[in-house]
Design a protein around this ligand. Structure first.
Ligand code: CU
Ligand code: ZN
Length: 378
């Protein structure tokens, strides 16, 4: 990584800007103002390229906006802090949290959810909490995608949206915990709370599904059935602890019942975002106590078909954003598990590319080539 301090703000930084929906991102210089009260300037060292970035760039998401700097799976080093920031100082290693944790709102204090309410409305508009942006190009404001905008050499974010992690862990690996890996691992550990000796089925072996496999394995699951059409991705899941493989298709629920003595999984995880696969995940959960966790994101307006009999006979369906992880508490703990050799995050990373090649990272994702591309900024 780069050890030199970046110029003091306002500064010019390289960033990948979504100018127009459906068009390639344009990497260019933009201006970044310094952190205001409660905000932190972070030098981005690495950033994973996630499906949500590509989905927004495509223009299919009706809540998308442009121009904006995309990127939300970021890892970096604190460069400067604004007034009133107490939990972070220059030099700290951080992961960016599109799902913040203020520790004060009615949701955070409930202990029942990771969905913090503190800055939600402004974040959804691409603004920092005070309703303004630090990113601009002359007089033109550039919005902060998901409150993170980490396809950039630096970003300014609220203190409550940064997780401080052990600096011993490499940031180009840890960045996966800023979205995809935590979404899958958390689905297993925090939402399903997988028990030792249990039987699990995971639909989809992208980063989120592989995270669920790794989380279930860590929790001591005895059988882990992976469902994915890609032989390469299934092989990766087996490497991480999957015990049985299915290719998917119309008869998947029957195949899972056959593999489990007619019962189905104690836990099933959906990580494809396809509503017909979600339905299979519900139906492949065990009668009596089967817990289905929906971790994939369906297209806007799509609905999930569930036959009520599956519920009345004891199956439950849960959904989660960011794997139910409370970002500032749980993400540092997952980083420690990685350092202890208990979470194989390295296995999730298939490509490294420089920021300038961000559009190639989208092409790799479209071709389902590899699992995760990590952008670097050297
Ligand atoms: Cu993501
Ligand atoms: Zn909160």
């Amino acid at each position: 990584g780069r050890n030199a301090l970046i110029a003091s703000p306002p500064m010019e930084i390289r960033a990948a800007v979504l100018e127009e929906f459906g068009k390639p991102l344009v990497v260019q210089d933009v201006s970044l103002d310094g952190p205001k009260a409660g905000e932190v300037l972070v030098r981005v060292e690495a950033c994973g390229v996630c499906h949500t970035d590509m989905y927004t760039a495509s223009g299919v998401d009706p809540s998308g906006y442009a121009p904006t700097v995309l990127g939300h799976e970021g890892a970096g080093v604190v460069e400067a802090v604004g007034d009133g920031v107490t939990s972070l100082k220059p030099g700290d290693h951080v992961l960016t949290l599109f799902s913040p944790q203020c520790r004060e709102c009615v949701h955070c204090t409930s202990g029942k959810t990771n969905i913090c309410l503190a800055i939600r409305d402004e974040q959804n508009l691409g603004h920092l909490p005070d309703g303004t942006t630090r990113l601009h190009r002359g007089d033109e404001r550039i919005r902060h995608f998901m409150g993170t905008s980490t396809f950039a050499e630096a970003t300014v974010m609220p203190e409550i949206a940064l997780a401080k992690v052990d600096p011993a862990a490499p940031l180009d690996v840890l960045c996966t915990l800023a979205c995809g890996a935590t979404t899958g691992i958390g689905a297993a550990l925090y939402i399903a709370e997988v028990e030792q000796g249990s039987t699990v089925a995971v639909f989809g072996a992208g980063l989120v599904g592989l995270g669920a496999v790794a989380g279930a394995k860590l929790a001591g699951a005895e059988r882990i059935i992976i469902v994915d059409p890609s032989e390469d991705r299934r092989a990766k899941a087996v490497e991480l602890g999957a015990t049985d493989e299915l290719t998917g298709g119309e008869d998947t629920v029957e195949r899972i019942l056959e593999l489990t003595g007619g019962f189905g999984g104690d836990y099933t995880f959906e990580a494809t975002g396809l509503v017909n696969v979600m339905r299979q995940a519900v139906e492949a959960a065990r009668m009596g106590w089967g817990q289905c966790v929906i971790a994939g994101v369906a297209g806007k307006g799509e609905t999930l078909n569930v036959i009520p009999r599956y519920l009345i006979t004891g199956r439950r369906i849960a959904g989660a954003s960011f794997g139910g992880a409370r970002g500032r508490d749980d993400v540092p703990a997952l980083a420690r598990l990685y350092l202890e050799g208990k979470l194989p995050l390295d296995a999730f990373i298939s490509h490294h590319l420089p920021l300038d090649q961000v559009n190639e990272a989208f092409e790799l994702m479209e071709r389902k080539d590899g699992i995760r591309t990590v952008l670097t900024f050297d």
